[in-house]
Ligand binder design. Structure first.
Ligand SMILES: [Zn+2]
Length: 318
C-alpha cells in the first residue's frame, strides 16, 4: 500500500514524534504538488492522531482506512470548499466526538476554495475546540490565505524516491521506467502515467520529432502522428522538453547524468546532430505550441505548425 511509502517519510516520522510527545499542533497544512499524495498523508495523520502505534487492527485504524470513521470528517463535499462547507465545519467542531477521543477534519485542496470560504474556516482554526484537529491540504500555497497559513503547522511533502514508488508500478519495464522518469517523484502522477498504454509510443514520437523529422516531404506524416496523440499533447511536449534538456546536458558534458539514462545512445545522437542554438530554439517552439493550443487554435493547425517550426529551426541552424 501507498501508506507504507508515506510512513517511512521524514515528515511523517517527525509528526508521529510530536503526537507521541503530546505536542502535536491542532492545525496542519500539508503542501504537495501532488494532491493525491497530500490526501493520502492527511488520512495517515488522522490515523496517527487516533492510534499513535498505527496498529492497523483497532476500530479506529480500520475505520479511518475505509474512510468511515464517524469522528473523521472529509471536506469539501463537492469539487471545492464552499462557504456552506466551512459553516458545517465550524458547527460540527462544537459537537463532541462519538467514537474516539478526538475529532478530525480533513480539508483537501484549500487553494481551490474562495476567499470567503477560507475566511469562514479561519474562525475554527483561530479558536480550536479541545481535541479538535484540522488537517488541510494544498497544491498551491500562494492561493491559501496568509491568515490560514499562519494558523497552521506547514509541512511540505518531499517527492518519493524511485525505489519507494517502483513496487506499485505495473506493465513492462519500459512503461514502468518512463512513468517513473516523467512522474518525478509525484506518486499520483507516476501511477497515472503508468496506466497509459500509449506512453512508449509518445516517447518514441518525441524522440522521432527531434532525431528523424528533417524533411518537409514527411511533414504530413509527423503531423498525423501528433494528431493521433491529441489527448496527450501536453505530455508529448513535456517529453520533448526533457529530451532537449538531456541533449543540451550531453552537449556540454558527454558524461553528464540525464533524465532518460536508458536512452542515452539515442539522446547522444540528437546531441551530435543539433547545435546548442538549435536545441534552445526548439524549446521556444514547444512553448509556442502550448500557447497556441490555449488560445483555441484548432488542433490540426497546432500540430502542423509544430512540425513546420521544428523543420524550420533545424534547417536554419544547420
Ligand atoms: Zn490502531
Amino acid at each position: 500500500m501507498l501508506d507504507e511509502v508515506f510512513k517511512k517519510s521524514l515528515q511523517f516520522e517527525n509528526f508521529l514524534k510530536t503526537v507521541k510527545n503530546g505536542k502535536a499542533s491542532h492545525s496542519f497544512l500539508l503542501i504537495s504538488k501532488d494532491a493525491f499524495s497530500a490526501q493520502t498523508m492527511a488520512n495517515l495523520f488522522a490515523e496517527a492522531l487516533l492510534c499513535p502505534s498505527l496498529c492497523g487492527e483497532c476500530e479506529n485504524c480500520k475505520k479511518i482506512k475505509s474512510k468511515t470513521h464517524p469522528d473523521v470528517k472529509y471536506f469539501p463535499e463537492g469539487a471545492k470548499l464552499l462557504v456552506e462547507d466551512s459553516k458545517k465545519i465550524v458547527d460540527e467542531s462544537f459537537v463532541k466526538p462519538i467514537f474516539a477521543d478526538k475529532k478530525i477534519f480533513i480539508i483537501c485542496n484549500v487553494d481551490l476554495s474562495t476567499e470567503e470560504a477560507q475566511n469562514k474556516l479561519l474562525k475554527s482554526l483561530e479558536e480550536p475546540q479541545k481535541n479538535v484537529y484540522y488537517i488541510l491540504t494544498t497544491s498551491n500555497l500562494d492561493k491559501v490565505l496568509p491568515t490560514i497559513r499562519s494558523r497552521c503547522d506547514k509541512i511540505t511533502l518531499a517527492p518519493a524516491s524511485e525505489e519507494q514508488i517502483q513496487p506499485y508500478l505495473s506493465g513492462d519495464e519500459q512503461k514502468k521506467y518512463l512513468a517513473l522518469k516523467l512522474g518525478q517523484g509525484y506518486v499520483a502522477k507516476t501511477l497515472e502515467l503508468n496506466k497509459k498504454s500509449n506512453l512508449p509510443a509518445l516517447f518514441e514520437l518525441g524522440l522521432g520529432l527531434l532525431r528523424d523529422c528533417s524533411s518537409s516531404k514527411d511533414a504530413v506524416v509527423w503531423s498525423r502522428k501528433i494528431i493521433d496523440q491529441k489527448a496527450d499533447f501536453n505530455l508529448l511536449i513535456e517529453i520533448i522538453s526533457l529530451l532537449i534538456e538531456d541533449a543540451l546536458m550531453l552537449k556540454i558534458d558527454k558524461n553528464a547524468a540525464v533524465n532518460f539514462e536508458n536512452f542515452r545512445a539515442q539522446i547522444l545522437q540528437i546531441a551530435q546532430m543539433l547545435s546548442i542554438k538549435c536545441l534552445s530554439q526548439l524549446q521556444g517552439v514547444l512553448g509556442r505550441a502550448v500557447r497556441d493550443l490555449s488560445y483555441n487554435v484548432s488542433f490540426p493547425l497546432v500540430a502542423d505548425n509544430l512540425v513546420m517550426k521544428i523543420l524550420e529551426v533545424k534547417y536554419l541552424c544547420k
